[in-house]
Design a protein around this ligand. Structure first.
Ligand code: AMP
Ligand code: GLY
Length: 423
């Protein structure tokens, strides 16, 4: 079969790697792709938001399966555009991707169907938001309703900060229209876990768990980023937590979406906070996490194309989803200065070392070809991944492998997976 992958980050590289493992696949294309994805796929110069061009490409090249990696095209309705032309595509339709595209929608869904989440209120009027804050308990969390590259969440310790936050989101419109409506919610504490799941509209099957590290600096300091590293599985995601979430979160969410006339097909990513009062949903995403995919997919035993096709055909129930009984850690190598100001265009050395090593992977996030060399082309540059028999071994292996790579302003966190020591 011929597969088209839409996206250009480390997540899409991990998806391309998984697709390339399938004996069913004869050809992979990626739009627009990056220098690492080019090892498995023919990269085509079409942007993820150019729906007409993507659909035309899929028709012209007899693509059997298109996989959408990113949130923006999903929320914008790319799946509907493919389906309208009778093309097979993996991902939620626009009316289901709203579970990620609107935080107000997802919070209202959880409230209506009794899915555990932080208490909240939604506001479209900044004056009403401020009046509410004056009576609220601090710290408190402000969230822009729409997509904001993972940056539309403000944790405010004081009333002053919270008022400033309302101004940032609603009046200064730092995230554009995403801040027309905001969610103000209770601040929760606990460990975070990411659980990705395949869904076919009625059935949901969870993958192994993972934990991200969102802040730029060691000790969870610095600004929020797209994710600086991950480990899988999470030792805090115990059988007890899993059983609770199976009963109260995952299937209820899929049933709720179906009941609302918005059947969810694709990847549902549930961000959980394990609080003293039990697990609560922080957020939903309508796609694989980045860099969660980089630690989850290398541990998956199934042929990813078979699982995705089962989702499209409503036959996920027939699939026995299996993961290796080991662990993986991803350390992101970024450009120093990310997520603010950074330089790019530096040659990356050492990539070939990974080709000879079993259980080690280097997934490209921001790279490109320049004069026959691979150079840095973004804030997050590479995800260095290693497996191990357990989390500690995987972590030691991943950090060892970060030394194989060299580029001028290479930056990484040194404490990815530190939580493992507390498990
Ligand atoms: P989100 O995009 O909703 O996952 O939020 C980004 C990050 O903000 C989460 O991963 C948490 O670390 C933090 N966060 C979001 N909501 C809350 C909350 N209600 N209480 C505490 N931290 C939160
Ligand atoms: N790693 C978090 C995300 O992909 O949203």
């Amino acid at each position: 079969m011929k597969v088209l992958i839409v996206g250009s980050g480390g997540r899409e590289h991990a998806i391309a790697w998984a697709v390339a493992q399938s004996p069913r696949v004869e050809k992979i294309y990626c739009a627009p792709g990056n220098a690492g994805i080019a090892e498995y796929a023919e990269c085509v110069n079409i942007g993820a938001m150019e729906f007409d061009a993507l659909v035309a490409f899929a028709k012209e090249h007899d693509i059997d399966l298109t996989i959408i990696g990113m949130d923006d095209p999903l929320v914008g309705g790319v799946v509907d555009a493919f389906e309208a032309e009778g093309l097979r595509v993996f991902g939620p339709r626009k009316n289901a991707a709203i579970i990620e595209g609107s935080k107000a929608f997802s919070k209202d869904l959880m409230k209506k169907y009794n899915i555990p989440t932080a208490a909240y209120e939604t506001f479209t009027d900044p004056k009403e938001a401020i009046a509410y804050l004056e009576t609220a308990k601090m710290p408190i969390v402000l969230k822009a309703d729409g997509l904001a590259l993972g940056k539309g969440v403000l944790i405010c310790n004081t009333l002053e900060e919270a008022k400033e936050g309302v101004k940032t989101l609603m009046l200064d419109k730092q995230f554009g229209d995403a801040g027309d409506e905001i969610v103000i919610e209770e601040f929760m504490t606990g460990r975070e876990v990411s659980v990705l799941a395949f869904c076919d509209g009625k059935t949901i099957k969870c993958m192994t768990s993972a934990q991200d590290h969102k802040r730029a600096k060691d000790g969870d300091k610095g600004l929020n980023t797209g994710g600086m590293g991950t480990f899988s599985p999470s030792p805090f995601y115990t059988k007890e937590v899993e059983d609770f979430c199976e009963k109260h979160v995952y299937q209820p969410t899929i049933d709720a979406m179906a009941a609302e006339g918005r059947p969810f097909t694709g990847i549902l990513f549930t961000g959980l906070m394990l609080t003293e009062d039990g697990p609560k949903v922080l957020e939903y995403n309508a796609r694989f996490g980045d860099p969660e995919a980089q630690v989850v997919l290398p541990r998956m035993k199934n042929d990813i194309t078979e699982v995705m096709e089962a989702c499209i055909d409503g036959k996920l129930n027939d699939i026995n989803l299996e993961f290796e009984d080991n662990a993986a850690v991803c350390v992101v190598l970024a450009s120093d200065g990310y997520p603010e100001k950074y330089d790019k265009g530096f040659e990356i050395k050492g990539l070939d070392t990974f080709k000879e090593k079993e259980g080690y992977y280097v997934f490209h996030a921001g790279t490109k070809f320049h004069d026959g060399k691979i150079v840095t082309n973004g804030g997050r540059v590479l995800g260095v991944v290693a497996k191990g028999n357990d989390l500690k071994e995987a972590r030691a292996n991943a950090y060892k492998a970060t030394d194989w790579i060299d580029f001028e302003n290479k930056y990484k966190r040194n404490d990815i997976g530190k939580a493992i020591d507390e498990a």
